[in-house]
Design a binder for this molecule. Structure first.
Ligand SMILES: Nc1ncnc2c1ncn2[C@@H]1O[C@H](COP(=O)(O)OP(=O)(O)OP(=O)(O)O)[C@@H](O)[C@H]1O
Ligand SMILES: [Mg+2]
Length: 596
């Protein structure tokens, strides 16, 4: 939603700095730019010569009845045609290639930068916003510095060259014709702008329609179950009606554009016929000259048209530039200090020292949170939803840093270590595990690229993933689909677990899956987790009784504080929060286990 609203900012200032920065995108490829600009200048000169041939044909060959002149004009015409075809090939080829290079450079820069940005950036920024930066905005920038630049160069040189030819043929007539050019440009730019505004409206409504489709397809079950079809259909029809009106206006304007430009150019031709005619009647000009002039006037329509298009779109491209550069200029909120340490291992001695944290100011999530963890402990985090459990483990990974207080690994405040030192030593399995498109083997290796096949299979066995992997058609070489979509949630968790085991981290974090896992898979995950937690400092956001019972300590997290802490037996005895949680939440589980 956010990104079409931005599309509307029609009156982006003409920011010189942004234009310069956009143009700077081609700086590394300046030889190509010089190349295609030179070719464009050559093509305009050659076009003007073609028109001049017409004048020669009439004045030098046909009227004087001179076959020699006819032959030489023909030869020149043929030669110039070949040269001109080669030039056209050259500049289209170079421009397209340059466009690819600019697009590639920008996307690579954006991709690298996105990898560096911290979690907090992605909290604030919708994925759709980022995607449109990477796709349509880079596209527009590449277009402006290639085809846009080409069209403007072509337009300007065409006008200059045509002016030179006309002035050299007959200066009075030339000046008269050139008076129509500013009018032509003004009308063309004006129309182009109107058309652009209408098309922008069309796009805006279109993205609302796409959004509506998306929501409705994704939520089709909900819609049906609540019998909302009727209402949704009415909303949808309203949108398509708006779309029709906007498209209609856009099309009428588009249809009017060319006739408007042609009328002005017809005025130019009429001036040539009228004044040229007067001159001709006085014997002051020739038929060929008048014909050449008419040729130049009609010839000027195209470059002016194209220039108008580029100018009208320029604002949009500048807005695209500003958006892309704002993404490139975003500073990661978590940054390594210049003298950060890159330690090889973390010993699992962890201290949360008076940590206070919020995602949004005035809404504290962790409030003076204190916790000391000794190496090898398994800490189970339980508590109501929104209590801050995920926040604690995110903080531990330094995806976010404390606003106040500190997190210590051994003797080090963790901001003195590099993010890589911390994150490469922590293995994490998320509640909604993510796999990358590719094979199972690729996904397992993701955490440790140099793992051998044997190590890979060992890790999968330990995680309990091996057995299901070998039943797949291609075993370890099975493609998992985008985001692992071809596998079930349970299977994805088993693979994430194997991936974490293979990476052999010092600290293990697991956000347990609560549902959508059958009992067999659940037992497998349980076994894999136990293998993983063996002798490793672990944090488990636990929903399963069996995990919680095994934990060295259970923390009940409520409103960003430790409401209670102890072993299962201790907390049950205490009869407090945990006892209530346990009796409410886990009674059912126990009943199922006992077959009641
Ligand atoms: N990225 C975020 N931006 C803003 N607020 C957030 C963000 N993530 C979490 N919060 C808020 O912080 C609080 C703690 O969230 P957290 O995800 O840590 O809870 P949780 O204990 O893991 O809950 P659950 O059991 O539902 O997973 C919640 O009020 C939540 O709305
Ligand atoms: Mg959570």
């Amino acid at each position: 939603m956010d990104d079409y609203i931005e599309e509307e900012d029609l009156n982006t200032r003409f920011s010189g700095a942004t234009v310069t920065r956009i143009l700077a995108q081609v700086a590394p490829h300046w030889k190509m730019v010089v190349g295609f600009l030179a070719l464009v200048v050559m093509i305009t000169i050659s076009d003007s010569i073609f028109t001049y041939f017409g004048k020669q044909l009439v004045d030098d060959a046909i009227i004087p009845q001179n076959p020699d002149a006819l032959r030489s004009i023909l030869t020149n015409y043929a030669l110039l045609s070949i040269v001109s075809a080669a030039i056209v090939f050259g500049f289209i080829y170079i421009t397209a290639l340059l466009g690819e290079k600019v697009r590639y450079d920008l996307r690579r820069k954006l991709f690298t930068h996105l990898q560096r940005l911290s979690f907090s950036y992605f909290d604030k920024t919708p994925v759709g916003w980022i995607m449109s930066r990477v796709t349509s905005d880079t596209e527009r920038i590449a277009d402006l510095v290639t085809w846009g630049l080409l069209d403007i160069t072509w337009g300007v040189t065409s006008l200059i060259v045509a002016a030179v030819f006309m002035l050299s043929i007959n200066w009075q007539l030339a000046i008269l014709v050139m008076l129509t050019i500013p009018v032509l440009i003004a009308v063309a730019v004006y129309f182009r702008r109107l058309i652009l505004i209408q098309f922008r409206e069309v796009r805006r409504i279109n993205s609302r329609i796409t959004g509506a489709y998306n929501e409705n397809i994704q939520g089709v079950r909900v819609t049906k179950s609540l019998a909302r079809e009727e209402l949704d259909l009415r909303d949808f029809q309203g949108l398509t009606g708006l779309m029709f009106d906007a498209s209609y206006r856009a099309n009428v304007l588009s249809a009017l554009f060319l006739p408007a430009v042609q009328i002005i150019s017809a005025v130019g031709v009429a001036l040539v016929i009228w004044y040229g005619g007067i001159l001709a009647l006085q014997g002051m000009t020739t038929v060929g000259q008048i014909q050449a002039f008419i040729g130049y006037v009609t010839f000027m329509i195209w470059p002016v048209q194209e220039m108008a298009r580029v100018f009208a779109q320029m604002q949009q491209s500048i807005a695209s530039g500003e958006r892309v550069f704002s993404l490139l200029d975003a500073v990661p909120s978590v940054q390594d200090k210049p003298d950060s340490l890159e330690t090889a291992r973390l010993d699992g001695d962890i201290l949360f020292d008076d940590v206070t944290f919020y995602y949004e100011k005035d809404k504290p999530v962790l409030d003076n949170f204190n916790l000391r963890v000794r190496p090898g402990e398994t800490i189970a985090l339980v508590g109501p939803t929104g209590g801050g459990k995920s926040t604690i483990v995110n903080m531990l990974c330094r995806f976010y840093e404390p606003k106040e207080g500190r997190v210590m690994f051994g003797d080090h405040d963790y901001t003195d270590l590099t993010q890589h030192a911390i994150q490469s030593r922590i293995g994490m399995v998320l509640q909604t595990p993510h796999l990358f498109s590719g094979t199972i083997r690729d996904n397992l290796r993701y955490g440790r690229l140099d793992a051998t096949d044997d190590e890979l299979v060992d890790a999968a066995r330990l995680a309990g993933a091996h057995d299901f992997i070998v039943t797949l058609e291609n075993g370890y070489d099975e493609q998992v689909g985008e985001g692992g979509s071809k596998l079930s949630v349970g299977q994805k968790q088993l693979i994430s677990l194997a991936r974490a085991i293979l990476a052999d981290p010092d600290i293990f974090i697991m956000d347990e899956a609560t549902s959508s896992v059958d009992t067999l898979t659940e037992a497998l995950i349980q076994r894999g987790m136990e293998a993983m937690m063996e002798g490793r400092t672990s944090f488990v956001i636990a929903h399963r009784l069996s995990t919680i019972r095994r934990a060295s300590r259970i923390l009940v997290i409520e409103a960003g504080k430790i409401a209670e802490m102890g072993t299962h037996a201790e907390l049950i005895r205490a009869g407090g929060h945990y006892y209530n949680l346990y009796t409410r939440q886990f009674r059912r589980e126990r009943e199922v286990a006992l077959g009641i």
